[in-house]
Design a protein around this ligand. Structure first.
Ligand SMILES: NC(=O)c1ccc[n+]([C@@H]2O[C@H](COP(=O)([O-])OP(=O)(O)OC[C@H]3O[C@@H](n4cnc5c(N)ncnc54)[C@H](OP(=O)(O)O)[C@@H]3O)[C@@H](O)[C@H]2O)c1
Length: 410
């Protein structure tokens, strides 16, 4: 089995090392030896440490390598959309099997890659593109195939989780925790590449203290949840945002740079997959697992069953996403304020679960102010946004100091 490796950086170098160190085991598992036919990189002269491969395997001509007749499997660990997309489409159409760790490309154009794989008859595997070393795609696609999955909630960004864990443990603010993550090499040079959309930049030390007072942590969650929209149509709500979760929830124990994915299925109940979601060696482990699988398929003359899209659920608009909310307000400390605030929630049909009152401690706090912390029952996102908008316009509300979603059973 001959393999073309595209990219030899953090992940690619570990793939080379593991292929070398475990060559006998891998050959036994596959039923044939696994050899590197060539390695495509951008800069031939770059120092790659003491890699156990011959120098003449390196090339800058990725396309030429892919097209070679003696290449069976193409492993892509370059990253980015182009030229990776063109290379992989070319490889798949030519009937090669492809293993990739490229989450950006899968998210952007996974359908085109699947079509090219179907056309060429090879396999397309990408376990490493989701949560690094943690086996997730195959358990969902194969092991849980007899069950109905209702909800998947993940902590899949080690950098943001490290920052939030540091804020939780030390009371630090976001900027201070980001500095620590950068110093330890966790954060990318441009941290916005890791922290985007509804990221964690707005999470304050005061939010963290408030979460602690409620027996919660704050994590950046990605959520895919089945549901039924107001017309009775089945939909899926897909979103990424920071949220409070009770400390008793299994995801709350996922600290530092670890990742976890919590799956809720009809019959299996709750399952949690936990481990290292990034890093050269963990990601290379997932890449090699896929390499063994596609190699075995090729030797057996079969390809894996293609993705099933039978459910074809519409994505629910964010405004209809249902969750609970934690809202902190600095308000004037005088009679009737609580009733006025409660009436705004009622007007938008957002039901209040608990109210806590303290003295205003946030930056906007001043004498004569009080802090109100309101936790709601489940409500649509749009209703909560309208509630907060109206609260901001009240003269008794000095400021809305934070709005955080609350996930997981209390
Ligand atoms: N690092 C992780 O922890 C991790 C975890 C999960 C998934 N991934 C995914 O794995 C992939 C690789 O990540 P990485 O961290 O290993 O990246 P990396 O360290 O930046 O390595 C990228 C490699 O691709 C090569 N390359 C870039 N542009 C090229 C071009 N135009 N032609 C030929 N070669 C080119 C580079 O060549 P030079 O060496 O000559 O510069 C380098 O060897 C990405 O899709 C990433 O999202 C990474």
């Amino acid at each position: 089995m001959r393999l073309a490796l595209l990219g030899c950086g953090t992940v690619g170098q570990e793939v080379v090392r593991l292929l070398h160190e475990q060559s006998a085991d891998l050959a036994a598992r596959i039923g044939a030896p696994l050899e590197i036919a060539g390695i495509a990189v951008r800069r031939l002269g770059r120092d790659r440490g003491d890699l156990p491969v011959a120098e003449d395997l390196f090339t800058t001509d990725a396309l030429g390598l892919i097209k070679r007749d003696d290449v069976d499997v193409v492993v892509e660990v370059v990253g980015g959309i182009e030229p990776a997309r063109s290379w992989l489409v070319e490889a798949l159409r030519a009937g090669k099997s492809v293993v990739t760790a490229n989450k950006a490309l899968l998210a952007e154009d996974g359908v085109a890659l699947h079509e090219a794989a179907a056309e060429g008859g090879g396999d397309l595997y990408y376990e490493a593109s989701v949560a690094g070393a943690i086996p997730l795609l195959r358990p969902l696609r194969e092991s849980l195939h007899g069950d109905r999955i209702n909800r998947v909630t993940g902590i899949v960004n080690g950098t943001t989780n490290f920052i939030l864990s540091a804020m939780d443990a030390t009371g630090a603010g976001f900027a201070e925790a980001l500095d620590e993550a950068t110093a330890l090499g966790y954060a990318e040079a441009d941290p916005t590449a890791d922290v985007h959309r509804e990221g964690i930049t707005e999470v304050t030390a005061a939010d963290m203290a408030s979460a602690q007072a409620m027996g919660c942590t704050i994590n950046l969650l990605c959520i895919a949840a089945r549901g039924v929209d107001p017309t009775g149509r089945e939909t899926v709500s897909v979103r990424v945002h920071p949220a409070m979760i009770p400390r008793s929830h299994p995801l709350a124990s996922v600290g530092d740079a670890f990742n976890a994915v919590f799956v809720e299925a009809d019959a299996a109940g709750q399952l949690m997959f936990y481990g290292r979601g990034a890093g050269g060696a963990p990601t290379a482990s997932a890449v090699l697992g896929d390499v063994v699988a596609v190699s075995r398929n090729r030797l057996a003359g079969v390809r894996a069953a293609s993705e099933s899209a039978y459910a074809d659920l519409a994505v629910r608009p964010m405004g209809e996403a249902l969750t609970r909310y934690h809202v902190s307000l600095d308000v004037a400390d005088r009679p009737g304020v609580l009733a006025s605030v409660a009436s705004v929630f009622a007007r938008h049909d957002v039901s209040i679960a608990t109210v806590r009152q303290g003295s205003a401690g946030g930056p906007a706090g001043r004498d004569g102010d009080a802090e109100l912390v309101i936790v709601t029952h489940v409500a649509p996102d749009a209703a909560l946004a309208a509630t907060v908008g109206e609260l901001r316009g009240l003269d008794i509300v000095r400021s809305v100091t934070s709005v955080l979603r609350v996930e997981g059973d209390a």
